[in-house]
Design a protein around this ligand. Structure first.
Ligand code: SF4
Length: 273
């Protein structure tokens, strides 16, 4: 494992901010989306986040009934104080709702030094932090970030390493190791399981997930995220191949059975973020 990016000027590349988010952790939150991801999931709903460099995209607009195309830039280099300025705008809502800020992506750990500084700044400002992560990072980096993070939203995509490599481009080994570390350290974690039809909702994978999680007694919260295709238009926009073309999205009711299975294992299970 390598540490991906060291930004000398301590600036990071952010591609979006989402204010008043209620699906990325407790209370009212602001979600900060980091650009860059070491994974290339077939079902990625933020394909514009994968490349760490800022890039151009074509946006289709309609004005007075006339369609036109406009070039836009995705990703902006920002300093820690600039990001904190955005985050601080909503501090009153965080305080009143038990919310805070969620660092997401992409993969925020890909810019770990920048993330580290933001977590320190949030700690100083008394802002609750969540890191929404794939867990794909070196042990050293992961443990350093864990010291300053209040909550992890942790993706678990496939237990079979061969399948994990096929559908995400990387091994699941560091992901599983880092998740075990969080369990042993007693950190607060919500596991996020993107349920992808025919890929990871198979009997074998669900059984393997249960076997893996059973001994990790401190991890008892799972959010099931049924596959949706609302990001399909983004693939056209950035001219990226969409490997899930034609796959039907899942309804909430499609994962009720799975919810019961994990509940029977002693998990608190939610559907959606
Ligand atoms: S980990 Fe998330 S952002 Fe990265 S490729 Fe997968 S779905 Fe996309």
């Amino acid at each position: 494992m390598t540490d991906y990016l060291i930004l000398k000027s301590m600036k990071g590349i952010i591609f979006s901010f989402k204010r008043f988010s209620v699906h990325d952790g407790p209370g009212i939150r602001q979600t900060v989306f980091f650009k860059g991801c070491p994974l290339t999931c077939w079902w990625c709903h933020n394909p514009e986040s994968q490349d760490i460099k800022s890039e151009k995209a074509i946006r289709k607009n309609i004005l007075d009934g006339i369609a036109y195309k406009q070039e836009e830039s995705i990703g902006k280099l920002m300093s820690v104080p600039e990001v904190m300025q955005e985050i601080s705008k909503d501090q009153i809502f965080y305080d009143e709702s038990g919310g805070g800020v969620t660092f997401s992506g992409g993969e925020p750990l890909m810019q770990h030094q920048f993330l580290d500084e933001l977590l320190t700044a949030c700690q100083k400002a008394g802002i609750h932090t969540a890191v929404d992560t794939t867990g794909y990072a070196s042990k050293k980096v992961f443990q350093k970030i864990a010291e300053k993070t209040n909550l992890f939203l942790y993706d678990l995509k496939h237990l079979d390493d061969k399948a994990h490599k096929k559908y995400t481009g990387v091994s699941n080994k560091p992901i599983l190791e880092n998740l075990k570390f969080l369990n042993d350290a007693g950190k607060k974690v919500v596991i996020r399981f993107p349920v992808i039809p025919g890929i990871n909702d198979t009997e074998n994978n669900i059984a393997a997930m249960k076997d893996f999680l059973r001994p990790l007694k401190n991890l008892r919260e799972i959010a099931l995220l049924p596959y949706h295709n609302i990001a399909n238009h983004k693939y056209d926009k950035i001219k990226m191949d969409n490997k899930m073309e034609g796959i039907k999205p899942l309804e909430k009711s499609d994962v009720y059975g799975l919810k019961r299975e994990f509940e029977n294992e002693g998990f608190k299970v939610t559907i959606g973020g």
